[in-house]
Design a protein around this ligand. Structure first.
Ligand code: ZN
Length: 378
């Protein structure tokens, strides 16, 4: 195996992602914020911009290999989405508007969303070809809520589900694992593979947050796919210790037993302690540790093949640091890589939920273990 020093890590980023126009803040996606000063949409371009700036300022991009995104073709998108939906996105893109339930795009948004799906696929291409071991696709708009026939929750195309299918069809990968740690449930990704035993879907999320009704323990897949959907709902307030316990006791053993040829991470940094759209308590340290753990498991079972795809993350000041911590988790140990100590670390780490496992989190982890032991040796 190639030593960590000599490993390569790719970064997918495209200026088009910044041009994705989600508009202004809306109340329940219908009514504009009533105050005179405009407020940006939570999924605004600034967070991705700042994330890229941090990666540049920290020098992380200097050791990462640039990977060019491309525009996803109709054929790629039809691996999950319907032709009617593709037509609708193309139409709405002429003027700007909503392509589903709270999935705003601006003029020209169809092409940008195709570059987001194609960006994750480009990361898959680079990893599967062996050009890099791990890749981070810093894309916008995100994808994991998008359903086959409509956008949802800021997501237009199901970037990660499409990338999994792309890996199977173009690169002959047999089994793909998807780990979704966005604070919200990855309903679109779950739907795409619910009866498909070749794609494992693991989701750690705040219970019953969004979309309501998705992601309880008893949504386990169906038919041949039964057991290959692994939902791990956690109560609000869960932090680093609870997440790491889930990673050690459920995620890592399930990944090893499934033995995929590629691991995709739907990386939402909205489980952070500073996030306005979630109530979890992860810190940069938590994101760094989770990334390292998946990286080490990937090194064991699939020669390090990981593609991290950006999903949510809405803290204007903290989400970029969480994303940088993920990049650090992929890059540490590489020749020439110098991790940067970020300013929020000590303050965030001092918050109790990031250090302790509350009784509710403990009960949720026990319940998840009992459920998933039906299908996995945990
Ligand atoms: Zn989210």
């Amino acid at each position: 195996m190639v030593s960590r020093r000599d490993r390569k890590v790719g970064l997918v980023f495209d200026d088009r992602y910044i041009a994705h126009n989600s508009g202004l803040f809306m109340i329940a996606y219908r009514e504009q914020y009533p105050f005179p000063e405009p407020l940006p949409h939570p999924s605004s371009p600034q967070i991705a911009t700042r994330t890229k700036q941090l990666l540049d300022l920290f020098g992380y991009t200097d050791v990462m290999q640039r990977i060019d995104a491309y525009e996803a073709s109709d054929e790629m998108l039809l691996a999950y989405h319907t032709q009617d939906y593709l037509d609708r996105v193309r139409d709405v893109s002429k003027t700007g508007g909503d392509v589903g339930n709270g999935a705003p795009i601006g003029r020209g948004g169809d092409r940008i969303a195709r570059y987001a799906a194609g960006g994750v696929a480009a990361g898959v291409d680079a990893v599967m070809a062996g050009d890099v071991h791990h890749a981070y696709a810093l894309v916008r708009p995100p994808g994991h809520h998008a359903m086959s026939d409509r956008g949802m929750g800021f997501c237009v195309f199901s970037n990660v589900a499409l990338a999994a299918r792309h890996a199977q069809r173009t690169h002959g990968a047999e089994r793909i694992a998807i780990l979704d740690w966005d604070v919200h449930h990855g309903n679109g990704t779950q739907d795409a593979f619910y009866n498909d035993p070749s794609v494992l879907f693991i989701s750690i999320h705040q219970e019953d947050l969004f979309p309501v009704g998705w992601g309880p323990l008893d949504q386990l897949g169906e038919g041949d796919g039964t057991g290959k959907t692994v939902n791990i709902p956690l109560p609000a307030g869960s932090g680093n210790r609870a997440y790491m316990e889930v990673m050690e006791q459920i995620v890592a053993p399930v990944l090893r037993q499934f033995d995929p040829g590629l691991i995709l991470i739907s990386a939402g940094q909205d489980a952070s302690v500073e996030d306005p759209l979630g109530r979890m308590s992860l810190t940069t340290g938590g994101y760094r540790s989770m990334t390292r753990m998946v990286r080490d498991v990937a090194d064991e079972i699939c020669d390090g093949k990981i593609v991290v795809a950006q999903e949510g993350g809405y803290s204007q000041h903290y989400a970029p640091y969480c994303s940088a911590a993920i990049a650090e988790g992929l890059c540490d140990g590489l020749s020439g890589f110098q991790p940067v100590e970020e300013p929020y670390g000590p303050r965030a780490e001092s918050m109790p939920p990031s250090r302790r496992i509350g009784l509710d989190s403990r009960a949720a982890i026990t319940a998840a273990l009992e459920t998933h032991q039906q299908y996995w040796n945990l």
